[in-house]
Design a protein around this ligand. Structure first.
Ligand code: KG4
Ligand code: ZN
Length: 340
């Protein structure tokens, strides 16, 4: 009988320290330590993030092994995020992964965080995997891209944001509303009680399959300033409707471009990935697109949307099968495209 392949995945690109164990593509554990320390600063402080990763990494990896009920000696390989992300944060996960792989004399596998968000769709679970070619809308705090995937590791960017990422649009709007960081999930929460058509915001006109979100943020800021001059309690009294209107506009922008991408490529297998794919409105709109537009949609489980190590481990597993290993001298890359 074939030996099972156990991959340990390590993710430390931003402010979540995560470790996961995957056996033959199935998730056995996926432990995530969030860093509370950043909330009071309204955003991630890189120096504090790397320090927190240093504190978290050993217990998080230990917990992932415990939950998977395996010992480190059973691991087949160690996969880690080598970029893109914060340099100091990436270094913590990378150094740990290198020492562990070296100590256990097993392969080391470098993983592109952006590819991993997309390849999370290949985790073995009950839902069907997208067939090639498919289109993935990657929406996170740092990226907004429409990617065409023709094979596990051959990807092409069809369009991307020319300024802010969609997660930033959510978080910056939330900040204007006085909500704590990260505000995306809070906008989603309040939006569920509000009227999405209450306050119409105009959508930006951007060529091709590219996006722009910086204008929307400014429009929201000016709108709120004007309303607050008339009524200082405007935000408090209309929070649900404001959140629903912002979310509706953002999701409309995303859906418009997806429709354009389907039209241009003729591909109607559509996946979403990244932290913002946890958003209830985009999930609902994509589900509706199955009936209304005839698309086949692939929506990740909640736990694989925001940053997690299971997506790193599955990507590591796919590279392991190809014997695509990293050298011990591999450097971290703060900037790395999904196509690299
Ligand atoms: O993928 P991710 O965890 O980290 C990056 O690689 O950026 O994405 C984080 C982003 C944040 O901007 C957060 O506000 C947003 O995802 N986010 C959401 C929701 N959950 C997370 N945005 C809108 N609605 C949500 N439910
Ligand atoms: Zn991410």
């Amino acid at each position: 009988m074939e030996q099972p392949i156990y991959i340990l995945g390590i993710e430390s690109s931003c402010d979540d320290t995560s470790a996961a164990v995957i056996c033959d593509g199935k998730v056995l554990s996926n432990v995530i330590a969030n860093q509370e320390v950043h909330a009071q600063y309204g955003g991630v402080v890189p120096e504090l993030a790397s320090r927190a990763h240093q504190q978290n990494i050993v217990p998080v990896v230990q917990q992932a092994l415990n939950q998977a009920n395996i010992s480190k000696n059973q691991l087949s390989a160690v996969a880690f995020t080598n970029g893109p992300g914060l340099m100091g944060s990436l270094l913590v996960g990378t150094s740990f992964a290198k020492s562990l792989a070296l100590g256990l004399t097993i392969p080391l596998i470098d993983v592109n965080h952006m590819q991993a968000h997309i390849l999370a769709h290949f985790i073995e679970n009950d839902s069907p995997k997208p067939p090639f070619p498919f289109i993935c809308l990657t929406i996170s705090g740092g990226h907004t891209q429409i990617v065409k995937i023709t094979d596990e590791f051959s990807m092409e960017i069809l369009g991307e944001t020319i300024d802010d990422a969609v997660g930033e649009a959510f978080d910056k709007s939330a900040k204007i509303l006085g909500l704590p960081y990260p505000g995306g999930p809070l906008i989603d929460k309040y939006a569920q009680l509000g009227n999405p058509k209450a306050f119409p915001f105009s959508k930006p006109q951007v060529a091709n399959l590219n996006f722009s979100f910086s204008g929307l943020k400014t429009a929201i800021l000016y709108f709120l300033q004007k309303e607050q001059q008339k009524n200082p309690l405007f935000i408090k009294e209309n929070l649900n409707d404001i959140c629903a209107s912002i979310q509706y506009t953002i999701v409309e922008i995303l859906m418009d471009k997806l429709k354009k991408a389907v039209k241009e490529t003729g591909i109607n297998h559509i996946a979403i990935a990244g932290g913002v794919s946890a958003n209830s409105e985009i999930r609902k709109r994509l589900q509706n697109a199955e009936k209304q537009l005839g698309w086949k949609t692939y929506i990740p489980k909640f736990e694989y949307t925001t940053d997690n190590a299971a997506m790193i481990a599955i990507t590591g597993y796919l590279k392991y099968l190809r014997k695509d290993y990293a050298d011990i001298s591999t450097a971290v890359k703060a900037r790395l495209k999904v196509t690299e």
